[in-house]
Write a protein that binds this ligand. Structure first.
Ligand code: DX5
Ligand code: ZN
Length: 226
């Protein structure tokens, strides 16, 4: 294959070996990762608990690629700023949890980071209409947030295409990044990208990258999936 499009791959550290996190971070960078996807779960917004600020600060001290932090927490308005201070380059929060998404995006951007908004599979994409112009990224969940290794939901490609169309008609498609998260592997990446190369800019993948025998090959295959 000669053509590799410039889709970014953001491996989720949820599938990394936590006992050897520093080695995992360098290994995935050497394998060609563009960003590090970091899933913060609070055990309330989602039924799972992962890690918080101290771990992110430590990852930041060894990472050379941007940190793509996805906070699945009940109180993003209160805690987002501290995640930027800890090293998030991209900070994505949930529309279902924020009391004031526009104010929160502005606060994140004022601290020098990029702001992202995410939505659960059951949340109407209409809820994003007024918000997208204020965001740098939209993260579409293709599984119910909470766990790695779940199956990609069949209606996700339609939702992604609809959000891309929404961004297009708002005149912001060139500047906003569209990211998809959950159950991404070479076949599901193909389903998403079959709707047009422009519908997605970032593929988040945990199991399919960290779980692969050959991580470099896994990243290359995702980038070439069409
Ligand atoms: C799910 C997380 C995802 C997850 C992706 O709540 O937001 O980032 O780790 O993992 P895979 O690629 O294994 O579905
Ligand atoms: Zn995530």
């Amino acid at each position: 294959m000669t053509h590799t499009s410039d889709v970014l791959v953001s491996p989720s550290i949820l599938s990394a070996d936590f006992l050897h996190l520093a080695e995992e971070i360098s290994s995935i960078e050497l394998a060609g990762a563009d960003w590090h996807h970091i899933d913060v779960m609070d055990g309330h917004f989602v039924p799972n608990l992962t890690f918080g600020l101290p771990i992110i600060r430590q990852i930041k001290s060894v990472a050379t690629k941007p940190l793509d932090v996805h906070i699945m927490v009940d109180n993003p308005d209160e805690v987002a700023a501290s995640y930027v201070d800890a090293g998030a380059d991209w900070l994505t929060f949930h529309v279902e949890a924020s009391k004031d998404p526009v104010a929160l995006a502005k606060a994140i951007q004022a601290k020098g980071a990029k702001a992202g908004i995410s939505l659960r599979p059951a949340t109407s994409i209409e809820s994003l209409k007024q918000l997208l112009p204020h965001m740098d990224l939209v993260l579409i969940m293709s599984v119910n947030p909470g766990f790695g290794g779940q199956a990609f939901m069949a209606d996700a490609p339609d939702r992604i295409a609809a959000i891309a169309a929404m961004a297009e008609s708002a005149g912001i498609r060139q500047r906003i990044k569209i990211s998809v998260d959950g159950g991404i592997n070479p076949s599901t990446a193909k389903l998403v990208r079959a709707r047009g190369v422009d519908v997605v800019d970032v593929l988040v993948a945990g199991t399919a990258v960290y779980g692969a025998k050959d991580r470099r090959q896994a990243i290359t295959t995702l980038k070439e999936s069409k």
